[in-house]
Design a protein around this ligand. Structure first.
Ligand code: MG
Ligand code: MG
Length: 272
């Protein structure tokens, strides 16, 4: 069930990851007051295709009862947690928007997400974003060859618990990734360490904490996709695709491979 990649395959996933990472940097810069989420979607699609890759979200249909996803990104604004459909909504000063992006290059997937503050955001929203992103990097810094998949979620939950009253979403998790966007194993963002599959060379995971300012509970909108917080509180989402090598974690969707953020946590990134 778990697809372990060869070193050569991980290199191909790095190339796909770079397409995603560079696309998200462009979209992040474009997420300013007045832009629509459809415009961000068009930008992402053109960036992905210019790199010779395919937007993996476009037309994605996990089940026949759900309409195919129409966008190349998910754009989830404010109380929307994940899977928001890009459209005519204009971003306002103070909004926060999660941009989730996936690309396929030579058959290999990359998947990452960033939540962006639009213009100046309220301090509690800036802090929500900071805690969620930091929790993701704490997971990578805690990951060790020979450890277990639940070590990642434990690192996320442990860090978040020291930072305030946040709800960690449980219904949606990270995942294995490779020749399909979603593979085994599930990567929950909470729980006890030392469980689940072993972290071993060739295991590639997308880790994606979703953090709410209110309770952890979620609700699905009638569009079949958009997931919002049950209590209307705002939510953040960060994601990267990563693997472990003998020299450390390699964050395949970070343009620098994770070097800067891991160094800040006293961890060493793989050189690739
Ligand atoms: Mg994603
Ligand atoms: Mg994902």
């Amino acid at each position: 069930m778990i697809q372990l990649k060869t070193e050569a395959e991980v290199e191909l996933m790095r190339a796909a990851g770079l397409v995603v990472g560079r696309t998200l940097e462009r979209v992040r810069d474009a997420a300013v007051p007045g832009v629509t989420t459809a415009e961000l979607d068009e930008l992402a699609e053109s960036e992905i295709r210019a790199a010779g890759a395919i937007p993996s979200f476009k037309g994605y249909q996990p089940h026949p009862s759900i309409p195919p996803f129409p966008g190349s990104i998910c754009a989830s604004v404010n109380d929307e947690i994940v899977h928001g459909i890009p459209g005519s909504r204009r971003l306002d000063e103070g909004d926060i928007v999660s941009i989730d992006c996936g690309a396929i290059l030579e058959g290999w997937h990359g998947d990452a997400a960033v939540t962006v503050g639009v213009g100046e955001v309220a301090p509690e929203h800036a802090e929500l974003l900071r805690v969620c992103e930091e929790a993701l990097w704490r997971a990578f810094a805690a990951a060790r060859l020979g450890g277990r998949v639940t070590d990642l979620g434990h690192a996320i939950e442990s860090y978040v618990a020291t930072q305030g009253e946040y709800g960690i979403v449980e219904e949606y998790t990270g995942h294995g990734i490779g020749t399909e966007m979603h593979q085994m194993p599930h990567v929950p963002n909470y729980g006890r360490p030392g469980r689940g599959p072993r972290l071993e060379p060739g295991l590639v995971l997308a880790v994606e904490p979703m953090l709410n300012l209110g309770t952890r509970h979620t609700r699905q909108l009638d569009d079949g996709w958009t997931v919002v917080t049950a209590d209307g509180a705002w939510s953040a989402h960060f994601e990267h695709t990563f693997t472990l090598t003998a020299s450390g974690p390699w964050v395949l969707t970070a343009v620098d491979g994770g070097a800067a953020r891991l160094a800040a946590l006293g961890a060493t990134a793989a050189t690739g």
